[in-house]
Ligand binder design. Structure first.
Ligand code: NAP
Ligand code: ZN
Length: 353
């Protein structure tokens, strides 16, 4: 076991602050990674503030962070895929049982015995797992991803969650040329959804509550932008979408978007607001529309997404911050003021005691 510098929160109302945490010594199947960048996902904020208490109560102190990019510093004797010096990524998962039907299908995100990167029982050290707001992490090689060498690393980190969470449903629901696709919410997930839907050839419409994001939405790849608070603009698109991806992190009227689907259209929720959303039966009945959810993606699909990003030169648009600005970044997330993902430069941890 060794100590690593990190940032943690002591309670749902405490700010994140400097600390040290234990990391295990690499076992034979482990990869030890020096973390270079870690994205800030809205899920980090939901967890730190215990907003998902009924499903996943937060154990304190919590070290969040599941959009990790770094360099391998050490590998265990049985590791075959990586060597010291390799650039790698780690997302939301660090372990699973490898044997259940979901794992056998490459859908480790649905494994009942999975280990999440933070706030999950740690089967090596006891207690809970600690995430990527840290200088290092030790992970079983089967949950470590290869990072394409041509991409900006600060912008790669968010691909490990925001990237795969939008890529997976866009692939699953067959987004291609000729399809009309809506992306609701232009934050970390939403801006990646725009990039992927565009890369797969769809006609992309962004729905935003922030009129000042309109130009950015077009620059990121949207063909049209709708200000969702304007009923006239919303009405123009009624019954016209093949697929809508809802990334909103807060309470909202989901029926307003279901009504925009055409016959057999699908709305997939990836946003995970604290409160239940009320769904109108008729919004679904009319037009045989469907509503579904999606959770990150499996390891093989995450690698596929990273390779796709390498081939198409896709990264997140990031605002790089030192770890000392993390609490300010959380406040800005709550105001939908992110362009379009915060990526923490972990070199900034070196100045902490
Ligand atoms: P984010 O960067 O904060 O973006 C969320 C966006 O939602 C905001 O930028 C804003 O966009 C819109 N929004 C916020 N409050 C709103 C409100 N009251 N009404 C309407 N729109 C609102 O968050 P994120 O990191 O992309 O995460 C989004 C959600 O996805 C979170 O709940 C997160 O926990 C969840 N998530 C789920 C998965 C999964 O596997 N399913 C993975 C990662 C994250 P505009 O300014 O454009 O309106
Ligand atoms: Zn996330």
């Amino acid at each position: 076991m060794f100590n690593a510098k990190a940032y943690s929160a002591a309670s749902a109302t405490s700010p994140l602050a400097s600390t040290t945490i234990p990391r295990r010594d690499a076992t034979e199947r482990d990869v030890q990674i020096e973390i270079l960048f870690c994205g800030i996902c809205h899920s980090d904020l939901h967890s730190v503030r215990n907003e998902w208490s009924s499903l996943m109560p937060t154990v304190y102190p919590i070290v969040p962070g599941h959009e990790i990019v770094g360099r391998v510093t050490k590998v265990g004797s049985a590791v075959t895929k990586f060597k010291a010096g390799d650039l790698v990524g780690v997302g939301c998962l660090v372990d699973s049982d490898h044997t259940c039907p979901s794992c056998r299908d490459g859908l480790e995100q649905f494994c009942p015995n999975q280990t999440l990167t933070f706030n999950s029982p740690d089967r090596h050290l006891g207690g809970v797992t600690y995430g990527g707001y840290s200088e290092s992490i030790v992970v079983d090689e089967s949950f470590v991803l290869r990072v394409p060498s041509n991409l900006n690393l600060a912008g790669v980190a968010p691909l490990l969650c925001a990237g795969i969470t939008t890529y997976s449903p866009i692939r699953h629901w067959g987004v291609t040329k000729g399809k009309k696709v809506g992306i609701v919410g232009l934050g970390g997930l939403g801006h990646m959804g725009v990039k992927f839907a565009r890369a797969f050839g769809a006609h992309v419409v962004v729905f935003t509550t922030s009129p000042k994001k309109k130009e950015d939405a077009l620059r990121l790849g949207a063909h049209e932008v709708v200000i969702s608070s304007n009923p006239e603009e919303m009405k123009e698109h009624a019954g016209s979408f093949d697929f809508i991806l809802d990334t909103i992190a807060a309470d909202h009227d989901i029926n307003a978007y279901i009504h925009l689907l055409g016959r057999d259209g699908n709305l997939t929720l990836v946003g995970a607001p604290e409160k239940h959303l009320a769904v109108s039966a008729f919004a679904l009945l009319l037009g045989r529309r469907s509503l579904s959810g999606s959770l990150i993606g499996g390891i093989a699909e995450t690698q596929e997404m990273l390779d796709f990003c390498g081939a198409h030169n896709i990264t997140a648009d990031v605002e790089v911050i030192p770890i000392q600005k993390v609490n300010e970044a959380y406040e800005r997330l709550l105001k939908s003021d992110v362009k379009y993902r915060f990526s923490i430069d972990m070199a900034s941890l070196k100045s902490e005691p």
